[in-house]
Design a protein around this ligand. Sequence first.
Ligand code: ADP
Ligand code: ZN
Ligand code: ZN
Length: 786
Amino acid sequence: MLDQVQRTESDDVRILLHCRRMTTLFTSQLATVGYARVAVQRGVDRYPDGLTYAVPVELGDLAVGEPVIVPLGAGDTPTAGYVIERFDETDLDPGRIKLIDCRANEPPMPRQLIDLAKWISSYYCAPIGMTLAAMMPAAVKRRVGLVGRTMIDLAGGAAADVKLAPKQRHVLDVLGAIPADRRPVEIRQLRDLSDLATTSPIKQLISKELLVVRSRTAVEAAWIEHALDATVPERLTEPQKQIIHDIQATLKGGFSTHLLFGVTGSGKTEVYIRLIEKVVEAGKVAILLVPEIALTPQTGGRLIARFPKHRVAVLHSGLTAAQRHQQWMLAASGAADIVLGARSAVFAPVPEGRLGLIVVDEEHDGSYKQDQIPRYHGRDVALRRAQLASCPVVLGSATPSLESWHNATIKGSYRLHRIENRVPGMRLPIVQIVDFVAERKRRHDRRVHLIGPRMESAIGETLDRGGQVLLLLNRRGYANYIACPDFRCGWMMNCDDCDATMVFHLNRRLPAGGFVRCHHCEAEQRLPQRCPLCDRHVTTFGLGTQRVEEELARKFPQLVEGKTMLRIDSDSMRGSKDFHHALGKFGAGEVQLLVGTQMIAKGLDFPNVQFVGVINADTAINLPDFRASERTFQLVNQVAGRCGRGKDLGLVIVQTFQPQASAIRLAAAHDYEGFAKLELADRQRCKLPPYTRLARIVVRDVDYTRCVNTARTIARRLGELADESMRLRGPAPCPISRIAGKHRQQIELLAESAQRLQKVLVAGRNEGLLHAGAGLVIDVDPIALL
Ligand code: ADP
Ligand code: ZN
Ligand code: ZN
């Protein structure tokens, strides 16, 4: 996102060149027609947002959403921004209002997105200019891939009685033979079609006014194709039919919210597809949001394959800049019937009045939350957008977020649709919980075993049968502790700049056999050989996917690393291409076993997966985050859902140190509702979301004292602004008290309603107390609390 906010020098030069007026004129000196509020693409934060400028007469038709250049600050620096409001009167002194310089050479922002930006800016406490900047991809603003082409057409005059050279006559004949709807053609294409060596005969015809030039600038728009053949189910299940029928009935009825709660493999995607069919048949556009599309290529592939006659624009971070520009333009021009993408696709520029449906698949997924300004939640923005567009929104999940579940079952503001069973021919897997401690006792050698005896034999049997295996461990690297073996010494290797331990990563090409890396600031160091305090040889311990991989190679000599066994995590996969490639090989049966982080827990649909193993279900459960339990439930449930999608019954083994933990016990029993009930009762008792609304404020500073003092000042003032019903916690050090050299102090503000929370935040913003930036994070409805 940064590159969207920071302008380069050349941008400034471009802006300067583009503006005819270099000196600022004030309203009193020139004829103007009313005023405009302009959101500049800088971190200027005022509430309500935007700065007031006067509109010069020649820009009288300037509309909301148009990009403009305005003078900013004492130096009148030409600055780009969007018009977010037009009005006729103002209380401000007209003599002090500056004039808009000119229109900027960028695509306009659809009006609906301006309205959405206003809401995001106010709800998530983000400067509106930065919000708008984040909504339009930088590639679109910079018009990456835009090419100017010289197109030639017949002038329409009579050429018969004009004397022409044979080559010229030939060109006219060739062009005349091309059907009118395929013209104009590019000059070089015409040259080639006419078998000419140069374009001079064409140019001569232009000067004789027998041909005309139509310049065109266009992005080379190409539809993204995925060759995935999609089988259409012969018959919908009864619940599918019923739900499609019910939601379809609301397609014309304005805004409504539906929560589709269906177990993994119950055919939710099929429901989305059928609803989208209805929407596009009616000439409307549907947006389908999926979490991290690069990680869920199958959903995208299936969707595109099921709409061969319709146009699907794809928006996600895996595209090149030019592709992103193209895809955005396809949506903006109205050529796309469906927009598919990750979080930011919620900002797809669907033409006014055409948005008919938004679907948010896996609505519980944490990747819908953006962790930079504006810190919005894609699902919640989707709700707001659907409301503005007056269309339904469908949220789907096998493990709904407790927020959505609460809305659907307790508040009743969402309509709940359930699918309790898997589609015919697919059964939910059997899930066994294995006590890690007990398993360890059964081993008699002293080596580390991340794969216990029961999991080991289940993997062996599955491989022997020709079945495929998925193994999940949500931790990268080899070992997450590097320490002195003498516990009386107690030395442990921490990152110099973070309050975190360093992680050991294997790399056989390095002399030490590997290196250490901090997973918070990415700093790397050599593996120390000896303890710096007592000079003993260091040891490494703890878990990591690389260690599992090593253990698998030892236990299953029939598996070949990199061939029949692949490790999938952000270290081994450089980009989405690597990942697609790996999945392709897994789908083809070439790879028998995948071991990886949660990248493999999401949405994969491979019928031959007969065994899923969770190496350690506890990696998240003890984190100091009130959603730790909810996340553990989701992860175990989702990864188990990858199993048993074929005719064979699947088996899942979950290894844990806490076999009694409700998140693990109920996930094994496929009992989402039981879990939700328990967890909601807890949240209610502790007055936590979804029963309250939370805003988290984090102060970051390299100077510890300054960090604490700033946090105290903010907390004190917020305490004064808040009413008695609200709770203020902190300031206190964040669970990770330092990252990349910056100390971190947090303040949490809890209110009974979003409105009450907003009131305090708005007041804090207006006073200049809460100014989101590098030193201050304001996170409304946060989902990461470390
Ligand atoms: P979910 O999204 O709920 O996990 P999917 O929509 O991916 O489930 O469906 C799982 C599998 O079942 C897919 O391969 C899909 O093609 C298939 N499927 C969906 N609906 C039906 C149906 N009515 N009959 C048979 N198979 C179906
Ligand atoms: Zn670090
Ligand atoms: Zn030591």
